[in-house]
Design a protein around this ligand. Structure first.
Ligand SMILES: Cc1cc2nc3c(=O)[nH]c(=O)nc-3n(C[C@H](O)[C@H](O)[C@H](O)COP(=O)(O)O)c2cc1C
Length: 360
């Protein structure tokens, strides 16, 4: 059976499953209920500690596992790893997990400073602590408004280049000690990175353990995303909303390496550029710093009207890292790869309630 036949077969299954709009809605949830849920997660900041943590949790994080625990004290908020949310296959050394903590630390620092609690982030081994100081209230931080609008947008962009002034602003916004950022806009270099993304994607899709882990984090419809408050919502990646069992079937039988590679090639060709983050050292403290820089990049990009999406295959498949490093002229381990450009907004991804991530 070729791919087309499988697709046609699947559409028959889909039609058979669509026993009625009411049954479909109750199995998948409606987008309007999901939009209300998303809007509540992104409500304006009140300045309460729990609300600062809500803003922190809106940060980018690998597979949307939200691998963090927050602890609030009179003088600080600590972000510690939640190792029960590791993704051992795609992230065996917890690199992405610690990057995710750094992303949350950036949001927390911006939100806290804007609501009258200026401070500084101190990285202490595997934890990040935001310590309140008596500094200036930073209620005019232009990145604050971007926290609720930023998203990973896995869509085709429109191919327009980013003006040099905005590329310089992206670079300037992302400065964090110990982390370098390479912004690549030359078509030949982008094509070379595209080839690594495709090679990495092929390797991952041939890896049954990778696919099993990925599937366990996919939420095939808004109802299941709202129930778990985590994971990768199918419609937030431009895929249809399906009842969970049917989504699992489609994932197992219709997810096709050649089609996915084509999609990555098209999406990278539609992007204005690629950003690669590289830390001075490969350890949890530096990975947290990479997350801080990357989240600042994402917020500045959002402020400038840009969209972005991670294409991390060349750093996740360890064998591809040396070639990526060579392409960007470093001998260090590259940490993150993102594409950016002008594109549409997609539905936001879910988050767990703040009560679920606060340690008492
Ligand atoms: C360290 C890290 C690695 C990530 N890797 C990928 C990736 O390879 N591919 C991808 O599509 N998204 C990747 N993401 C994006 C997350 O899936 C995304 O942040 C999460 O699902 C939450 O969605 P949001 O960014 O739209 O809020 C990564 C994010 C982080 C922080």
């Amino acid at each position: 059976m070729n791919r087309r036949q499988i697709l046609l077969g699947a559409s028959g299954v889909l039609a058979a499953a669509a026993v009625g709009a009411g049954a479909w809605r109750s199995a998948t949830g409606t987008m309007s209920a999901y939009d209300d849920y998303s809007a509540r997660l992104r409500a304006p900041l009140s300045g309460e500690i729990a609300d600062l943590i809500r803003y922190a949790t809106l940060a980018a994080n690998g597979h949307n596992t939200q691998p963090w625990r927050f602890a609030a004290a009179a003088d600080a908020i600590t972000i510690a790893p939640d190792l029960s949310r590791r993704t051992a296959v795609v992230d065996p050394d917890d690199h992405h997990l610690f990057v995710s903590l750094g992303c949350a630390a950036t949001n927390l620092a911006i939100a806290a400073a804007a609501s009258g609690r200026p401070g500084e982030v101190i990285i202490d081994g595997p934890t990040a602590r935001y310590t309140f100081t008596n500094g200036r209230r930073a209620d005019d931080d232009p990145l604050l408004a971007a926290i609720v609008r930023r998203q990973s947008t896995r869509a085709d962009y429109d191919g327009r280049p980013v003006p040099p002034g905005d590329l310089a602003a992206l670079q300037a916004a992302s400065v964090v000690a110990g982390v370098d950022l390479a912004i690549i806009t030359a078509p030949a270099a982008i094509a070379a990175i595209r080839d690594l993304v495709i090679a990495g994607n092929g390797a991952q899709m041939r890896d049954a353990a990778f696919m099993r882990e990925l599937k366990s984090w996919i939420r095939f419809n808004p109802r299941s995303a709202m129930e778990s408050g985590d994971g990768l919502l199918a419609v937030a990646s431009g895929n249809p909303s399906l009842p969970t069992a049917l989504g699992g079937f489609a994932f197992d039988h219709l997810f096709d390496t050649a089609a996915e590679n084509e999609r990555y090639a098209r999406q990278i060709a539609s992007s204005a550029g690629i950003a690669v983050f590289v830390a001075e050292q490969a350890d949890p403290a530096h990975w947290i710093r990479v997350g801080q820089a990357c989240q600042r990049f994402a917020l500045e990009a959002t402020r400038l009207g840009l969209k972005l999406a991670f294409v991390n295959q060349p750093v996740e498949v360890a064998a591809l890292r040396p070639e990526l490093a060579r392409l960007i002229g470093t001998t260090r381990r590259p940490d993150l790869v993102l594409r950016f450009g002008y594109g549409p907004s997609l539905p936001f991804s879910p988050r767990r309630p703040v009560e679920d991530v606060i340690s008492s």
